[in-house]
Design a protein around this ligand. Structure first.
Ligand code: 6PG
Length: 244
């Protein structure tokens, strides 16, 4: 499915889309699943979600697309950032928060998260053929170098495992990471990229451009078989899209 591009005044405006996706999932089934992105871009959206009046949080389960291998109270933790902006403000039971355990060593963190995914799928997604859930809405960011989640340019494209550990230097952030892989993202019902700032414009134009090079542009690996992809861009991030 061709990705849809929505140029928005600010990334928080994507909250409406996320709320609608969660409400649709809750209308359809017992629970809804939300995969959070790391980094700074999504934080205003998380704050907007925290204020959304009409979300049945006790039926929503939260996961992460990637995490840095640091403790959950570390300033570099994606969990810590989401807890500060969203999780501590909503009535989300602890059992609904499925952290990538950054405090563990990489192999243990990968094994633990893969096991969490398998157990959740078994319990809530019984007809799901894979040992991970078909997520209702996945949020993804984009680095200025074109990475998304922790899928960096040049990293192995042909992932056969749902979760993997990577080491990558970016923007002075913690380098050792755990990430979901395209086989999980591409099972999702909806994927929303959230990108803001002129420093991302070239990476956005490349990812959405005519040149197909998923190894160089990892965001091109995100193509849900039966799901939709929407890119929420502010004007600066959209400024180099041809005809944009
Ligand atoms: C992470 C993120 C990463 C992030 C991009 C963009 O763990 O850092 O998952 O993929 O989305 O690096 O980060 P910013 O939104 O801070 O620019």
């Amino acid at each position: 499915m061709t990705p849809e591009v929505r140029v928005v005044a600010n990334i928080a405006a994507a909250a409406e889309y996320v709320v609608a996706a969660l409400q649709a999932a809750l209308a359809d089934g017992a629970v809804a699943t939300l995969v959070l992105a790391g980094g700074a871009t999504p934080l205003p959206l998380y704050a907007r979600l925290a204020e959304a009046a009409d979300l049945d949080w006790p039926r929503i389960h939260v996961f992460w697309g990637d995490e840095r291998l640091v403790p959950p109270d570390d300033p570099g933790s994606n969990y810590a950032a989401a807890h500060e902006a969203l999780l501590r403000h909503v009535s989300l039971p602890e059992a609904n928060i499925h952290r990538i355990k950054g405090e563990l060593e990489d192999v243990a963190a990968v094994t633990d998260y893969a096991e969490q995914l398998r157990g959740f799928a078994q319990r809530y997604d019984a007809d799901c053929p894979s040992p991970w859930p078909r997520f209702d809405i996945v949020l993804l960011g984009l680095g200025a170098d074109g990475h998304t989640a922790s899928l960096f340019p040049g990293s192995p494209a042909a992932c056969v495992v749902p979760v993997m550990a990577v080491t990558a230097e970016y923007d002075g952030r913690p380098a050792r990471r755990v990430t979901l892989t395209p086989i999980v993202f591409n099972h999702a019902r909806r994927v929303a990229f959230l990108v803001s700032g002129a420093n991302k414009a070239a990476a956005v134009a490349a990812a959405l451009g005519p040149e197909r090079d998923p190894e160089r542009y990892p965001a091109q690996r995100i193509e849900p078989e039966e799901g939709e992809v929407v890119w929420f861009l502010d004007r600066a991030a959209a400024s180099e899209i041809k005809g944009g």
